[in-house]
Design a protein. Structure first.
Length: 638
């Protein structure tokens, strides 16, 4: 019997919506793809076979954890990712093989403090290696051995290289490493992940074991990353100012700021300013107990960016004036805050999108308003990228909207926070372990989302990879989506669920527009869709969005408005007549002529979604043509 869509409610309060076999909902058997929601709050989205979870699926636990991967007979079985997060533990990610719900096979368990890599049985690592991290320090050990490997992998002897590779599953690695000569450690650090296979014999049957090769590559990447910063970490503000004099030049004494303790608003030399606290607490001077330290390379990069940002002025960037130290709960420690020029009469874009009026309605956002805001954000991001800078926290909470002469003007704030360098997982402490709907004040919104905007992060950033311009383009796409659909991206997901489903599971936000939507709104949704592509190479650059898409679209819209209705009708008629002379209407491929005179074949998905709507075809095909011509270098990191 073929499966068909059913909606089923069970006596225990659970519900199911999806494919099933059976004559009626009460007699149906779950078979195919569906969503099973538990009355306790958990949810499974994925494949079923004869009433059992089997195939690929996502499970969102009631406590906020998430599993994304393969299932067999209602158990996690095969390759998958399990993510857990709690304020006192941070994010823990296991990526690898499962057997009947337990970690079993090749896999890695990573956290902010290090990782375990190798072979697992019944949830425990039985063969493998461990990396333990602290700022400026690293300890590497092999499971089952009492002695650690050397603290500097580049200086490892061939025997140590062999022990490391053998622990990760490469047999005969010690003998081959010994034959490589005294430069074993240096050779290891210079090797690409695929070159590791030449350093040892691949385990029997592992040639096709995707999880094993992923674990080997992940361990090598973690080792390289942990070894990058060889300078001693910065342990106090005194050291930071001595090491980087530019920070001292930008430091504003707290006494000069007329600010109440804990307040974000202040006055400085007659100028209204706003303080943005960073998630870093350090002692004023060197002491015996230093629970927090900052990696030297992270502090160096941030100091360089700070100097550039304090001198950068752009109409779509809120001016950064300097930094100040604010006392924390401990009298010997201080937190660092950025000082921005305050904006009078502005509202956060988050408020504009989501806040309700007294009657329950929300501010109307039409195509021209959304285009103007998107264009302003893109102008600011392109200005940062041209100076080799990243924002790193692009979201609607870090965009403010000002009204000038009846026109909404978007301006970025929060740039310079550098939280991704200091370790964005520290910022998670301001977030709740679960996704809960509740009314938040502006201050709570800023603290919850603005400091750590996980909901807007690109998948590769969620997986711990390097922040690039393409990653920020993805975040820009989510801001556009948020305006268009009036919802927080993944607002019903917990932190762990976002990391698992978006970072690893390729969970996509809905971007399809209704056939009745205007050509302008359809265009913005197409831009959002292209920006949020999984593959970095398929995302547009800010320069392409700015120079050849958003500005051009705004200019075309202004021309249409100037012509009026008669002009718009005349333009459509001219396009139709021009096409009829070159390509008659009827069956077969549909073609449209762009403003440049070029004819393009309309993609099948557009023909299906917007039948006989040539205005939308022309608008979207023009944008897709520009995307196809984008140089590969455009997606490189700034």
């Amino acid at each position: 019997m073929l499966s068909k869509p059913w909606k089923v409610s069970y006596a225990n309060g659970d519900t199911y919506e999806g494919e099933a076999t059976g004559p009626t909902p009460a007699q149906s058997v779950r078979h195919g793809y569906g969503v099973y929601s538990y009355s306790s709050g958990g949810r499974y989205e994925g494949e079923f076979v004869e009433d059992r979870k089997q195939g690929w699926g996502s499970f969102f636990f009631e406590n906020g954890d998430a599993y994304e991967g393969q299932w067999y007979c209602d158990h996690c079985h095969g390759r998958g990712v399990l993510v857990h997060w709690a304020p006192d533990q941070g994010i823990l990610v296991y990526e690898g093989e499962f057997r009947e719900g337990q970690r079993c096979g090749s896999g890695r368990l990573v956290s902010e403090s290090g990782g375990l890599f190798g072979t697992w049985e019944d949830g425990l690592l039985v063969k493998g290696a461990q990396i333990e991290l602290e700022p400026g320090q690293m300890a590497v050990s092999v499971v089952g051995e009492t002695s650690e490997l050397g603290p500097h992998p580049a200086e490892w002897q061939p025997s140590e290289v062999g022990r490391w590779l053998q622990a990760l599953g490469l047999e005969e690695a010690p003998e081959r490493a010994m034959a490589s000569g005294p430069s074993g450690g240096a050779q290891l650090m210079q090797a690409q992940p695929e070159e590791l296979l030449e350093m040892g014999q691949v385990p029997s049957g592992a040639e096709l074991a995707e999880a094993w090769t992923h674990t080997l590559a992940a361990a090598h990447k973690a080792l390289l990353s942990a070894s990058e910063d060889v300078m001693p970490p910065v342990g106090c503000w005194e050291q930071l100012q001595v090491a980087f004099p530019s920070i001292k030049r930008r430091l504003v004494p707290l006494a000069e700021l007329a600010a109440e303790p804990g307040e974000r608003q202040a006055d400085w030399k007659g100028l209204a300013v706003e303080l943005l606290p960073l998630p870093v607490q350090l002692p004023f001077s060197q002491g015996p107990s230093q629970p927090q330290k900052v990696r030297f390379d992270a502090a160096k990069d941030w100091a360089q960016d700070l100097e550039l940002l304090c001198t950068l002025r752009h109409p779509n960037l809120r001016p950064l004036l300097g930094i100040t130290l604010q006392p924390s709960e401990s009298p010997s420690f201080a937190g660092l805050s950025l000082i921005f020029e305050a904006a009078r009469g502005s509202r956060l874009l988050f408020e504009v999108i989501h806040a309700s009026f007294s009657d329950g309605s929300r501010q109307h956002l039409d195509f021209r308003t959304e285009l103007q805001i998107g264009l302003g954000i893109c102008e600011a991001m392109a200005a940062l990228a041209s100076r080799g800078l990243c924002h790193g926290a692009l979201c609607s909470v870090n965009v403010e909207v000002l009204q000038t002469g009846g026109v909404l003007h978007a301006r970025l704030c929060g740039h310079g926070a550098g939280w991704w360098r200091f370790g964005w997982r520290r910022c998670l402490q301001v977030r709740g372990a679960q996704a809960k709907r509740c009314a938040l004040s502006v201050e709570e919104v800023c603290r919850k989302y603005g400091v750590c905007p996980v909901n807007w992060m690109a998948p590769e950033v969620l997986r711990g990879e390097k922040l690039r311009q393409a990653s920020e383009v993805h975040s820009f796409g989510r801001v556009l989506w948020e305006m268009l659909f009036r919802a927080v991206p993944y607002g019903e997901f917990s932190i762990a669920q976002i990391v698992a489903a978006v970072g690893y599971g390729r969970h996509q936000l809905r971007t399809s527009a209704a056939p009745s939507a205007s050509a302008g709104r359809v265009f913005l949704q197409e831009v959002a869709d292209q920006c949020m592509r999984w593959d970095l190479a398929e995302r547009p650059s800010f320069s392409l969005l700015l120079e050849e898409s958003l500005r051009e679209t705004k200019q075309a819209d202004e021309r249409r408005r100037a012509k009026g209705v008669l002009g718009r009708l005349g333009g459509k008629t001219e396009a139709l007549l021009g096409r009829s002379r070159a390509e008659p209407l009827g069956e077969g491929p549909r073609m449209v002529r762009l403003e440049t005179g070029e004819w393009l074949r309309v993609d099948e998905d557009l023909v299906e979604q917007y039948p006989d709507d040539e205005e939308k075809w022309r608008t979207l095909m023009a944008f897709r043509a520009k995307m196809a011509s984008q140089p590969a270098a455009e997606i490189a990191a700034p």
